[in-house]
Design a protein around this ligand. Structure first.
Ligand code: HEC
Ligand code: HEC
Length: 223
């Protein structure tokens, strides 16, 4: 009995540690979402076609996908294709709250093949455009919190983890990060990893500010 239990734990651990197995586990909150995501991840994306399809998105995300430093629009350049895929499916199905973008991705002309292409295109993009960095008021506090509470998932350098759908947070716009971390704490973002919510919930406004500032100052990076 004891051995069987140990074996089960070992198998579960192995499954959790294998990137491929992980990408196929259940990251969204619905079975339908997970099936869609699995199908999407199995669809090969074409970055050249993706560049063309991205014209639907440029009005808001800008031509080079660099977003806006005022915090309204995130930078998408270099982001993991798995993260792009998950976030867009979550927005489309209302698991992530984004009423302004949703009409563009529920449109039947926006196919899953197009999304696979766009995700490949965005991941391939080099870092471009300027970053809205934070004021740099308390970066030592920001680093302390980040290393303690965030690095395990988002990586020491903010490069995320594509197999676990953990986004790159390095060099994202400060005002966007500030808004997202606040929304994650308050539960208004919609799709926030439950373990992350637990660590962010006790944060004071000054701590949210410091950690967001710190992430915005990290050099652009990929794993
Ligand atoms: C009407 C404006 C608008 C359009 C058009 C638009 N988006 Fe967005 N998008 C947004 C906003 C605003 C957010 C941030 C939402 C938030 O604050 O949670 C966002 C967030 C995202 C995110 C999540 C990024 C992250 O770091 O989590 C992805 C991925 C994305 N958009 C992809 C796309 C793609 C692909 C298209 C084209 C098919 C598109 N968007 C079209 C406004 C838009
Ligand atoms: C257990 C893993 C985990 C931990 C710990 C964690 N995160 Fe996250 N984080 C995620 C995942 C997964 C997402 C994507 C949200 C989703 O799809 O549910 C995310 C999303 C985010 C986003 C939104 C990025 C974007 O582009 O929209 C920010 C900002 C963020 N995390 C900051 C933090 C900060 C700050 C901490 C530490 C205080 C932290 N996270 C701790 C897993 C984690």
């Amino acid at each position: 009995m004891k051995t069987l239990h140990a074996l089960l734990i070992a198998i579960t651990r192995a499954a959790l540690m294998s990137p491929v197995a992980n990408a196929q586990t259940t990251p969204t909150t619905t079975a339908e979402g997970n099936n869609e995501l699995r199908a999407l991840l199995a669809t090969p994306g074409d970055a050249v076609r993706g560049k063309k399809a991205f014209s639907t998105c440029e009005g808001c995300h800008r031509k080079n996908a660099s977003g806006r430093s005022d915090g309204t629009i995130p930078r998408l350049t270099g982001q993991h294709s798995s993260v792009i895929a998950k976030q867009v499916l979550d927005i489309r199905a209302d698991r992530r709250n984004n009423p302004s973008m949703q009409p563009f991705v529920v449109d039947p002309a926006f196919t899953m093949a197009k999304l696979a292409d766009i995700a490949a295109y965005l991941q391939s993009l080099p870092f471009e455009g300027s970053i809205g960095k934070g004021p740099g008021k308390d970066l030592s506090l920001g680093k302390q919190l980040y290393d303690r509470d965030c690095a395990s998932c988002h990586g020491a350098n903010g490069a995320g983890d594509p197999a676990k759908f953990n986004p790159i947070v390095a060099a994202q716009h400060y005002r966007y990060l500030l808004r997202e971390v606040t929304a994650i704490r308050d539960g208004s973002r919609g799709n926030s990893n439950a373990e992350m919510v637990k660590v962010v919930q006790p944060y004071t406004p000054a701590e949210i500010d410091a950690v967001s500032d710190y992430m915005s100052q990290m050099a652009p990076t990929r794993p």
